[in-house]
Design a protein around this ligand. Structure first.
Ligand code: CTP
Ligand code: MG
Length: 227
């Protein structure tokens, strides 16, 4: 079952504190960006990769694409100031149709079986996102005072990929723009537009490389994969 992946890679990596886009940091001798792209390059269901980049990083990214023979990368639109704008740039760069996945370039550890489950669910239901059950107790806090304890049984921690039928993501994205609605993920835009979005259980190691501690864990995960 075919899909196209839209990958926002135009961030700054502020929390990583490397002084440049964290996606160029290397794990076991290869950039985080190259690791993430390789997962989709190797997935036979993936027919195209649309990567949102900063104009100033385009040349460097093209070199990585050539070196790693990432032949499925078919467009490099310019990203925006917010992640949501970068995803929108990907949508505008393609009339993909079919099933589209949005996946953070900063999550190199996504598993192929989870991707395939997402594609199947998005095709059946319209939208499906990767997530894991919350491990910790969660509480709503206002001004340092606990207001309420959330029901952990119903709480999921949401990751990417987030998969949609193309028309669902397009309509959700257009409505968000019209209404100036800024979401922290694509599911939020689809929920806002009234679409059903399913959860597909993913793995706890599908982390987003965000802060410096994540690098050591990332190295460990890659070594384990090669064992
Ligand atoms: N991203 C993007 N365009 C933006 C912001 C983020 O394409 N304007 C991308 C990042 O490159 C990353 C993904 O969205 O692949 C998830 O974002 P995040 O982990 O927050 O990365 P950064 O925004 O780069 O990091 P930070 O928030 O710490 O600055
Ligand atoms: Mg960010």
């Amino acid at each position: 079952m075919d899909y196209t992946v839209m990958m926002p890679a135009a961030g700054s990596g502020t929390r990583m504190g490397a002084g440049h886009n964290k996606l160029f940091l290397e794990l076991e001798g290869k950039s985080i960006l190259a690791h993430t792209l390789a997962v989709f390059q190797q997935d036979p269901w993936c027919t195209g990769i649309i990567l949102a980049v900063k104009d100033s990083e385009r040349t460097k990214i093209k070199t990585i694409i050539q070196q790693e023979q990432l032949t499925k990368v078919c467009a490099l639109p310019e990203g925006g100031t917010e992640r949501q704008h970068s995803v929108k740039a990907c949508l505008q760069a393609s009339e993909a149709g079919g099933i589209v996945l949005v996946h953070d370039a900063a999550r190199p550890f996504i598993k192929q079986n989870v991707i395939h489950e997402l594609v199947i669910n998005a095709s059946r239901h319209g939208g499906a996102v990767a997530g894991v059950k919350a491990k910790d107790t969660m509480k709503y806090v206002t001004d340092g005072v606990i207001e309420e304890t959330a029901d952990r049984e119903r709480l999921w921690v949401i990751q990417t990929p987030q998969a949609f039928r193309y028309e669902v993501l397009k309509e959700a994205s257009q409505l968000a723009e019209q209404e100036n609605f800024l979401g922290t993920d694509e599911a939020m835009l689809a929920e806002h537009a009234g679409f059903e979005v399913r959860i597909v259980e993913s793995t706890y190691d599908n982390i987003k490389m965000t802060t410096p501690e994540d690098l050591a864990y990332g190295e460990y995960l890659l070594k384990k994969r090669l064992e």
